[in-house]
Design a protein around this ligand. Sequence first.
Ligand code: SAM
Length: 291
Amino acid sequence: KLEAIGSPSYTKRILRQYGLNMKKSLGQNFLMDQNILRNIVAAAELTQEKAALEIGPGIGALTEVLAQKAGKVVALEIDQRLLPILGQTLAPYPQAKVLHQDVLKADLHQLFREEFATWGKVSVVANLPYYITTPIIMKLLEAKLPLEHIVVMLQKEVAERMTAKPGSKNYGSLSIAIQYYCETELVATVPKTVFVPQPNVDSAVMKLTMRNAPAVEVSDVDLYFEVVQSSFAQRRKTIANNLAQRFFGKDNKEQLLAILESSGIEPSRRGETLTMEEFAGLTEQLKPFIT
Ligand code: SAM
């Protein structure tokens, strides 16, 4: 039986062998806990008939566990220094392929055409570089790729905001931006101590399951997100005050109050209490007056 790449002894040996000093600027915090690695991969529900896309393989700890479950794994790594290391650590896994790419610059449609054309829906599984967590997830969601699950390690606070439900203190425009596209689940919280080097924040594993259609139907998606964002502009203000500030002059507040009433929304409510459906109804009512 091979020694796991993500075991503390193997990881430390590889880091010493290559004299690798990890770059904080690239969010390099490597996972050294085989149980957590296995739980991340289990949440993605992979089989030999499925493929996975990994972002930031590091020295290959998660890639290895993915390659043991999925039929194909493609991993994008920005740091050139890690490529020879990955060539060594992943040598036993021909089903895993590493590409030297920046995920934020990558043409993901081309990547999917070249690597995943015959694989059906793909799952993204990653221990994310935390300095670009939200841009990565939004890029994946907005690209409308054939995705099934996105299972990622990320900062606990960000995971709590992305998975928050209406009425909770973490619920805001980020929750809605994510939940418009997918169902969310917090799989586990993870202590700093399982990483080398240890990050400054606590972490969590989050699972997103892509919806077949967006959570709500709206005639103007950009306006929907603009209404959502404006409603949370100042969290302690009422929905009426936030929307008045953004869309109506001081003198036109009567009109806004009428629109809120016909949408069935009390003007004294705060944005954090509105469901995605309520925001959708409100957007349709507002539209003729502000576009
Ligand atoms: N998967 C490994 C693990 O779990 O131990 C490493 C995870 S580490 C938190 C994040 C990885 O993402 C690093 O290997 C880093 O070099 C890489 N990375 C950072 N920015 C990236 C980018 N823009 N595109 C692709 N990979 C990136």
